[in-house]
Design a protein around this ligand. Structure first.
Ligand code: FMN
Length: 353
């Protein structure tokens, strides 16, 4: 079986969430023995269709534009049994790059108008490959894909084997969700195997692919903090990721959210402790974290009996958790105080990796 797997993400360098998903799918397809050719449209010249209809008139079935589409990609497309269209969701549909590719498959049909189940249609010049639509989106709701889904169902009809949609996809590269992401990618690989072996994806596999990575409220809060950090530091999201930056909290609520997401349950498997923070300066107030053998609870306000009580200017402590300052050094310099079990202070970086 010959499969053409096309990515239209303009982002390279490991940043593309479309490509993270597509690589997992392709892995599964290859495991079945299928031949998969990966195509990254950002590396190709695919001009948009100029609407000249030369491919319907003067040179039937052949486009007059002599770019990568005509010379390499369209022949590859025609020889494929399955084409995977992997596109980031842009403005609630496939991106322009993928749309340009699809429009350039016009030479595949003839100009004539025929009735197909009560609908006017063009007869095909050759049998088209079966289609799989894969898309990723920033927003967390699966409903963001509804317009793309209705479009591809109408366009590909019975030739559409499967649709794979992954919302909240920016979290796929967030180390805090490593375990959930690993399961999503394993399920995507499984989907690749299932597609080749049975031309469909099982419901259970699809549920694992679309599982929740993080609750919507935390996702919005973390997203906003990331954008604010990028704006404040004048860096792009790519630079944010490359530098391993941590979103900088700007309130007690967002501090607690970051601590909860950054909590490492494995490293805290034997820890039972209450950590209290009292902040001064730009943000004032107390909050505490209750760690109980791999579990964490976060609360505003002071704790009745904290094992470790830290009092710090808010911005100083945010410098520590975003790795802009060395916590141990600042402690020696008495930029903040810590009372109680100082081993917990020393282990903080491990507990909140
Ligand atoms: C121009 C543009 C439009 C976007 N439109 C949407 C959208 O309509 N809905 C959504 O959930 N995300 C939207 N996003 C976010 C992307 O889908 C998301 O960042 C995705 O991970 C990008 O895929 P990539 O990492 O493979 O490039 C948009 C991003 C860009 C740059």
């Amino acid at each position: 079986m010959k499969i053409m797997a096309i990515s239209s993400s303009p982002r390279g360098g490991g940043q593309s969430k479309t490509e993270i998903m597509l690589s997992a799918l392709v892995k599964g397809m290859r495991e079945t023995g299928a031949t998969v050719q990966e195509v990254y449209l950002r590396n190709h010249k695919v001009h948009y269709c100029t609407g000249c209809y030369t491919c319907w008139t003067k040179t039937p079935g052949v486009c007059q534009l002599k770019d990568d589409m005509t010379l390499k990609l369209f022949p590859m497309f025609l020889e494929s049994d399955i084409v995977v269209y992997a596109s980031p969701l842009y403005h609630f549909t496939m991106n322009a790059c993928m749309k340009a590719f699809i429009e350039r498959t016009l030479p595949m049909v003839q100009p004539f108008l025929v009735d197909k189940g009560g609908r006017t249609s063009h007869p095909l010049r050759t049998k088209p490959p079966a289609s799989v639509m894969l898309s990723v989106a920033g927003f967390p709701e699966i409903s963001v894909f509804q317009h793309l889904s209705s479009h591809v169902r109408f366009m590909f009809g019975k030739g559409l084997l499967a649709e794979i949609y992954r919302p909240a996809a920016e979290l796929l590269s967030n180390p805090a969700f490593k375990r959930t992401v690993a399961d999503i990618l394993e399920a995507t690989t499984e989907a690749g195997r299932e597609l080749v072996e049975s031309s469909r994806i099982k419901d259970a596999t699809m549920q694992r692919i679309t599982q929740t990575i993080c609750d919507t409220e935390s996702l919005r809060m973390m997203g906003d903090l990331m954008w604010k950090t990028c704006i404040a530091e004048g860096i792009t999201t790519k630079e944010f990721q490359a530098k391993g930056r941590v979103p900088r909290p700007d309130s007690i609520a967002s501090f607690l959210a970051v601590m909860k997401i950054g909590f490492n349950p494995k490293k805290a498997a034997d820890t039972q402790a209450v950590l209290q923070f009292t902040f001064t300066g730009t943000v004032e107030g107390s909050c505490h974290l209750i760690i109980d053998k791999g579990k964490i609870e976060t609360h505003t306000g002071a704790a009745p009996k904290p094992d470790l009580a830290i009092t710090a200017p808010f911005e100083t402590w945010m410098d520590v958790i975003t790795k802009k300052a060395d916590g141990a050094q600042l402690f020696v310099e008495q930029k903040y105080t810590a009372e109680g079990n100082l081993d917990l202070l020393m282990n903080m970086a491990k507990l909140f990796g």
